[in-house]
Design a binder for this molecule. Sequence first.
Ligand code: NAD
Length: 387
Amino acid sequence: MKEKIGVLGAGTMGAGIAQVASQSGHPVVLVDLNTEQLQKAKANLAKTLSKLIEKGKITEDQKNDIENRIEYASDIKHFSGSSLIIEAIVEDLAIKHKVFETLENVVSENCILASNTSSLSIASIGSVLKKSDRVIGIHFFNPAPLMPLVEVIPAVQTGLETLESSVELIKSWGKTVVVCKDTPGFIVNRVARPFYGEALRIYEEGIADFATIDWAMTHFGGFKMGPFTLMDYIGNDVNYAVTESVFQAFYYDPRFKPSFTQKRHREAGFLGRKSGRGYYDYSEGSVIPSPTEDEDLGKQIFNRILVMLINEAIDAVFMNVASKEDIDLAMTKGVNYPKGLLLWADQLGLKNVLGDLERLFLEYGEDRYRPNPLLKRMVKENEIFFN
Ligand SMILES: NC(=O)c1ccc[n+]([C@@H]2O[C@H](COP(=O)([O-])OP(=O)(O)OC[C@H]3O[C@@H](n4cnc5c(N)ncnc54)[C@H](O)[C@@H]3O)[C@@H](O)[C@H]2O)c1
């Protein structure tokens, strides 16, 4: 029998993580204070699995096994005997602290205590533990059963054994694991910021409208969705909150400055698809506006956003957030970028990337455009990321 896994919080992420663990053959206990939420999670799982049967991906027996392996409970006492608990409750440090303190009383010495937090520090979450070498970040992407990437984040307290067994276990669930430092936004939510931020800035300067910027990124960049379509999917409330939290956590580094346009959309309740209107109108009968398909303009927009993304990916290498391989893997597997940003930089030529950033920096005189020192060094030494 495989190890028992505990998942705390049966919301969007917790329910998905419980499904992943059960599909990999683990007995799972899914705990939520809200019993309605537990029932909802159970009903949603049944629907999802029925769809998988229709598609011929699983059999009726497998569906029953996956369902039967999950126990739904409202008391964390049911976690007893688990070898790993993944916490996926509300993103609030004070509440997570309380929860981690009590978790330690119901599990054994060797149980790993992980958080799925997107924006809080793992070191801080683990600070309330008596045995703090067992804390770790295990960050899934939404929807957890479909997105292949998982960021594993050791905190300063995390023991090597905790890290190694977490990586091994999550890999055994068929996930692509990247290991990254306990820094704001980890890899994906840090490196991806300019995809939204620079697109919003280009719009605010009046260079192009939403549809044209989206067209530039899909047409020239091969991105599956343009930034405004994607923000409308994610929700402007959720996306703005991540940007603001990364900005604050980086001590207000201007590179991560949030945008008034997005803030106003959020304030107006233009949250995106879920509210019927975001940057685009999704109400019945409405038509998404057509882009201005001006090749030169489109290339300029795409290039400006791309070099800003590359600069951010290079900064993550420079600050040892993760290996260059993991940074490229994270962006292709976590947010479906068509290519890793560092490989893209090699192909464009690091000298050209630096030239574009220097032109932006010179024109605007703003810190957000400053080229990363590692990029400058590599150009000087005639180096590339991948041979
Ligand atoms: N939604 C995403 O796209 C996403 C992606 C990656 C990580 N995350 C992170 O995952 C975590 C959960 O996010 P979500 O979107 O699934 O939230 P959610 O609001 O959908 O679910 C949270 C669940 O936790 C339950 N809960 C709250 N306090 C609890 C407690 N003390 N004990 C037991 N259950 C409790 C709530 O009843 C709710 O069902 C957050 O830390 C978030 O930052 C979210």
